[in-house]
Design a protein around this ligand. Structure first.
Ligand code: CA2
Length: 145
């Protein structure tokens, strides 16, 4: 059932996860995280589908799709688009599905240009700074909605 589905969207460069900068982003790959989310989701009674794109428009399309297909929630790590994308802000505002902002690192402890989040301006809430566990914690939060 679509209303028991949680969509996990990851943005630009996150396909490189686990291959570079492990000191910042951890050593697990996005596929590893996807498997963990699927397992935990099943235990919580949700089908979890994970997707990644380096393209802003694909993320916008998938947010619209989450609404059209009646998803329960979206977990969104928009990568660097977090800090630049009014298109993502508008897309999140345009849908009723709650979007939880996720980051592996804590952008607030990093460069100033990472402090502003357009995603966060419309997200239900934000979980950041816990590495791969940020996604899992966001899933727990989504299941409570
Ligand atoms: O901490 C996060 O999850 C970020 O969304 C990651 C983005 C960054 O621009 C945000 O400020 C915070 C960068 C993703 C880059 O992913 C890489 C993964 C492995 C190696 C290189 C880049």
């Amino acid at each position: 059932m679509a209303d028991r589905k949680i969509l996990v969207l990851s943005g630009p460069n996150l396909n490189l996860l686990g291959t570079r900068e492990p000191e910042v982003y951890g050593s697990q790959t996005l596929a590893d995280i996807g498997k963990l989310l699927e397992q935990r989701g099943a235990a919580l009674g949700f089908a979890v589908e994970s997707r990644q794109s380096n393209h802003e428009g694909a993320l916008v399309d998938w947010l619209h799709e989450a609404q059209a297909s009646g998803c329960h929630a979206v977990l969104l790590n928009a990568g660097a688009y977090t800090h630049t994308s009014i298109a993502l802000l508008d897309a999140i505002r345009a849908i009723k599905v709650p979007v939880i902002e996720v980051h592996l690192s804590n952008p607030h402890t990093r460069e100033e240009y990472r402090h502003k989040s357009y995603v966060g301006m419309a997200a239900k809430g934000t979980i950041c700074g816990f590495g791969a566990n940020s996604y899992l914690l966001a899933l727990e939060a989504a299941a409570l909605l």
